[in-house]
Design a protein around this ligand. Sequence first.
Ligand code: PLP
Length: 428
Amino acid sequence: MIYKRSSALFAEAEKVIPGGVNSPVRAFKGVGGTPIFVKEAKGAYLYDEDGNRLIDYINSWGPMILGHAHKPVVDAVVEKAQKGTSFGMPTEIETKIAELAVSMVPNIDKIRFVNSGTEACMSAVRLARGFTGKDKFIKFAGCYHGHSDSFLIQAGSGASTFGTPNSPGVTQGTAKDTLLAKYNDIDNVRALIQANKDEIACVIIEPVAGNMGCIPPKDGFLQSLRDLCSENDILLIFDEVMTGFRLSKGGAQELFNIKADIVCFGKVIGGGLPVGAFAARNEIMNHLAPLGPVYQAGTLSGNPLAMAAGLAMISELNNDSEIFTRLEAKTKYLHEGIAKVLAENNVVHTINRVGSMISVHFDEGAVTDFDTAANGNNETFKTFFHGLLGEGVYIAPSAFETWFITDALTYEDLDFTIAAIDKVAKTL
Ligand code: PLP
């Protein structure tokens, strides 16, 4: 593959955009090399500025569950754009998408739309604090809830009580209210709750973690978390920015049959436009301004183009009774194919998968939390990544990311990918 034009465009971008990118992981820091500039995309494929075609397993980091430039979504956006792109006034389409989302997702009465997953999670924690009158919250090491200050907290050792900021600019004052727990370790959560009795407003969790590779919750973990929260008047927030409208119509709540108190959305719900949302029962949502005292707002929130894309996307998912089964079958096929060729080539690995989320870890032990995810061999990953790129298969340029399977992928694409992995595995 030739990346001449991408390299030239990156050099230009670096002059005027920090690191040449508008979101750090795009910069290939984790794998080396220069990022690829995309020109256009259709279905399962990306076409870059040098004319290369790549099978896409990132899919804009999750949103493009039906493939790129999916016609109903594009048509809805184009039609709306001709009627004005933003009003800052209520529009009917906001109610339409809200009604549909509320009908698809269990256990929510009202939903508020924002512009990103970060905003959704940040607002959900504020709402939980306002509702409970408590300040602290628990997050899990390795879970990502966006770049808002209180989420950018590094894992301390074991059951460390106070978080340590891991980005300059996040103050100790902010960090001290973020308590860190170990994913899949209910005793650790229980100990944190006991040590901070009556001070914890909420626990926020990715019900299937997707930001340290894909890490499923252990059997019973989410239920125990639910029980602990209920027993201690703590709200349970499911960050379903990745899992919402991806693992099932009703997301992880439906898949695992666990009720969260507040649910956050992003990615798929926006159909590829900048959208996030958070939702809960009336009792909680009625605390939000203008009904209640907890403030939250946005000039572009509920933007007509974003709502049109989101409504078209989730309508498609709602109307297709086979979609989630089909996605899971494709992901399982890929999983089995990858496992076979890696084993045949004696490559030490672990593969995690839930629904249409999958990740390959170059380590043989079970990958169940941030520490075990960090054990993976990053040098092997780098060779794997660049090898696959050379074969025309684009996975995320970081060992800590999940691959997202899209319905646009055909079994031929999956076979092509497995053959490419077989070839690359011989070089590892
Ligand atoms: N929550 C989860 C689980 C995410 O994966 C992400 C982004 O990847 C976010 C929140 C933040 O969303 P955004 O990047 O739209 O701000």
